[in-house]
Write a protein that binds this ligand. Structure first.
Ligand SMILES: Nc1ncnc2c1ncn2[C@@H]1O[C@H](COP(=O)(O)OP(=O)(O)OP(=O)(O)O)[C@@H](O)[C@H]1O
Ligand SMILES: Cc1ncc(COP(=O)(O)O)c(N)n1
Length: 281
């Protein structure tokens, strides 16, 4: 007998290199047994060395993609990544309300407030940051900023556990239900600790820091793994715990590809013995 899996929708940009954005999200949904659906917001020209440019998709086309899948196939959880412009953000917020996705509706919604690539290339027009704060955060079940995004959004410079807690408090004021302040960029820390809070509970998720330069797509992979857990009906703390364990293994098995930064590998959960899969380069 065939079984229809749970569904997850990603609203994000395409990475031609296949390691981040929409491609990372689909790899991760697949590895977690969830049917992935997409609303593409921008097409980036990108490889292991950085983002050479991008073109955004018209806001009404982004809206139409969300409506098409939500009305016919159903969405068990959704996430956002690169949103590019304030116009797209406003259109996404309005459409999510229409299809009952978000913290005040039944369907969980994760906001990864992507502002730049790991190489520092802008993926969001400067004036759009305010729209992320005001349009998306109040609708979010969970927001997952890295430390650069925390600084841009709140002005808090995270240097350790104490400022990580301070940042979580500042972010919650924008109206998200939960925040996850990711600690991957605390490079002096021998461990990687992400702090999850809803203003009542403060949960530290700690794991080993793997010694690899290849972390491209790490943030997207974590947010998608969490979204997969939420789609399967887990509560936020359990979905984040499962997501953290998923990204830990994905970073441990990250691989070099191209002359720059290689991608994390959500493949670890799948068979490693595919004949001919290893490139040998
Ligand atoms: N070297 C590492 N070893 C293990 N886990 C890591 C490592 N680097 C990051 N992580 C984990 O990966 C996730 C993403 O963290 P990070 O703070 O780097 O976010 P990000 O900047 O959005 O990611 P990226 O820019 O790589 O896509 C977090 O759960 C973090 O703890
Ligand atoms: C389309 C797209 N979305 C998100 C990222 C962020 O990923 P990273 O921080 O690993 O560069 C990216 N580089 N490209």
């Amino acid at each position: 007998m065939t079984t229809t899996p749970r569904t997850a929708l990603t609203i994000a940009g395409s990475d031609s290199g296949g390691g981040a954005g929409i491609q990372a999200d689909l790899r991760t949904f697949f590895a977690n047994g969830v049917h992935g659906m997409t609303a593409i917001t921008a097409v980036t020209v990108q490889n292991s060395l950085g983002v050479q440019g991008f073109t955004e998709i018209p806001a009404e086309v982004v809206t139409a993609q969300i409506r098409a899948v939500a009305s016919d196939m159903g969405v068990d959880a959704a996430k956002t990544g690169m949103l590019a412009t304030a116009e797209i953000i406003q259109a996404v917020a309005k459409t999510l309300d229409e299809v009952h996705i978000g913290r005040n509706a039944a369907i969980p919604f994760v906001v990864d407030p992507v502002a730049a690539s790991m190489h520092g290339d802008a993926l969001l027009r400067e004036e759009a940051l305010e729209a992320i704060r005001t349009e998306l955060f109040p609708r979010a079940t969970l927001v997952t900023p890295n430390l650069d995004e925390v600084r841009l959004l709140t002005g808090v410079e995270v240097t350790g556990r104490e400022s990580q807690r301070e940042a979580a408090g500042a972010l919650l004021e924008f109206g998200a239900q939960w925040v996850l302040v990711k600690g991957g960029h605390l490079y002096e820390d021998p461990e990687c600790t992400d702090l999850l809070s809803d203003g009542v509970q403060c949960i530290e998720l700690t794991g080993p820091r793997h010694d690899t330069p290849h972390t491209h797509g790490g943030g997207d992979t974590l947010a998608s793994a969490i979204t997969s857990g939420l789609a399967k009906g887990l509560g936020v703390p359990d979905a984040v715990e499962a997501g953290k364990r998923f990204i830990e293994r994905s970073v441990a098995e990250a691989y070099p590809l191209g002359a720059g930064v290689g991608p994390v590998s959500p493949f670890w959960r799948l068979a490693h013995d595919q004949p001919g899969a290893a490139a040998g380069r």
